[in-house]
Design a binder for this molecule. Structure first.
Ligand code: SF4
Ligand code: FES
Length: 359
């Protein structure tokens, strides 16, 4: 068994935005159930002792945790590199200064499209003015700065303008993440599903920009269309742990709904969870695989694809990911039809709400 090196710390499920593609679960963790500062500090220390060296501080919107700086400081003490994953809402110069002072190492800002009107329409909330302000604050701080855009039917055609926006904001990396259909996003799959023609056009635009800019452009493959499954999470229980706001520990951020009984960091150490919990051992390695994966030469490369996707599409997390052209369930993807309207994300229970007004 290898040691984990990455952690996704979902500090809260509360979020000022209402993105229809949100991959967080339909039933969000209530704010009243969230881990305390001390619990997060212990979890970070235990994770570091196990080998974790990189933590995404995410949510929801992690800036809604007033104790974010002491959590960052705990990671810094333990030698864990921290990246803030934020909508930008609430990221002022003072707040970023406090976080950088505590040891924050980088920032990933999300945006929903290339213009204020479109970004706000997709986010379901006026938030673009905050993002512009946050971008200026991060660029001025000198911290490594990345942009993340979830791509779908209603913004793929603007991928060139989105890249231009990132360049104008001074980012060093743009993650162009074709929608993965998990959690709330799965409810909106048809409305988010792009056409093959849209994807081909967007990919050509990205190729063109790669020739003319040094900014790193990450194109997260749309596996529904390629017939090639992604090596999800680098393998189940292989490199990464996700800690939910209420202490549940998951092998992947979308595993909330799998029939797995996730262990809780309030009841067990991270070391025990990694090594001994049934949830982390359920799909580790290749022994759990059935055909066609069991005898496939790619099984050590893609690990049979994504367990959450197999479960979402077939009701059985132990089947071959239907994204694979060799899967007996691959036809399920060909039968999907895009279109329709989406439903905006419902907020987390008893979320206090961030300041949604313009900065
Ligand atoms: Fe990967 Fe299984 Fe498909 Fe082979 S059959 S390519 S191991 S998902
Ligand atoms: Fe959970 Fe792929 S998203 S294993």
């Amino acid at each position: 068994m290898s040691a984990p090196w990455a952690m996704l710390a979902e500090l809260t499920h509360a979020c000022p935005l209402r993105c229809p593609y949100c991959s967080n679960p339909v039933e969000l963790a209530a704010r009243s159930s969230e881990l305390s500062t001390g619990e997060w500090q212990r979890i970070i220390a235990e994770s570091a002792a196990l080998g974790v060296v990189h933590a995404h501080l995410s949510g929801g919107e992690p800036l809604l945790r007033p104790d974010l700086a002491p959590i960052v400081a705990a990671a810094e003490r333990e030698g864990v590199y921290t990246q803030l994953v934020t909508s930008g809402v609430g990221l002022t110069e003072r707040r970023l200064g406090e976080l950088a002072g505590a040891g924050l190492r980088s920032v990933q800002l999300s945006v929903q499209s290339a213009t204020g009107a479109e970004s706000d329409r997709i986010a379901g909330v006026a938030s673009f003015a905050w993002k512009e302000r946050a971008a200026a604050v991060v660029a001025a701080s000198g911290l490594p700065f990345g942009l993340n855009v979830v791509l779908h039917r209603e913004n793929l055609d603007a991928v060139g303008e989105i890249i231009e926006l990132g360049l104008s904001w001074g980012v060093e990396r743009i993650e162009l993440a074709n929608t993965q259909f998990y959690g709330w996003g799965l409810l909106n799959r048809n409305a988010l599903l792009p056409t093959r023609e849209q994807l081909a056009r967007a990919e050509a635009v990205v190729r063109k920009y790669r020739e003319k800019t040094d900014v790193e452009l990450i194109w997260v493959i749309p596996d529904y269309f390629d017939g090639v499954p992604k090596p999800c999470m680098g393998g189940w229980g292989a490199i990464s742990i996700t800690v939910a706001p209420d202490g549940r520990v998951l092998p992947c951020p979308a595993a909330y709904n799998l029939p797995l009984e996730p262990p809780n960091a309030r009841d067990h150490s991270i070391g025990w969870i990694w090594e001994h919990s049934p949830a982390f051992n359920a799909y580790r390695g290749t022994g759990w695989m059935r055909e066609p994966c069991a005898s496939c030469p790619r099984k050590e490369l893609d690990f049979g694809g994504c367990r959450c996707q197999a479960y979402a599409l077939t009701g059985d997390a132990g089947r071959t990911d239907p994204a694979c052209a060799l899967s007996p369930d691959h036809h399920l993807l060909d039968e999907l039809a895009g279109g329709g309207t989406w439903t905006f994300r419902r907020p987390a229970p008893s979320a206090s709400g961030a300041d949604r007004s313009a900065p």
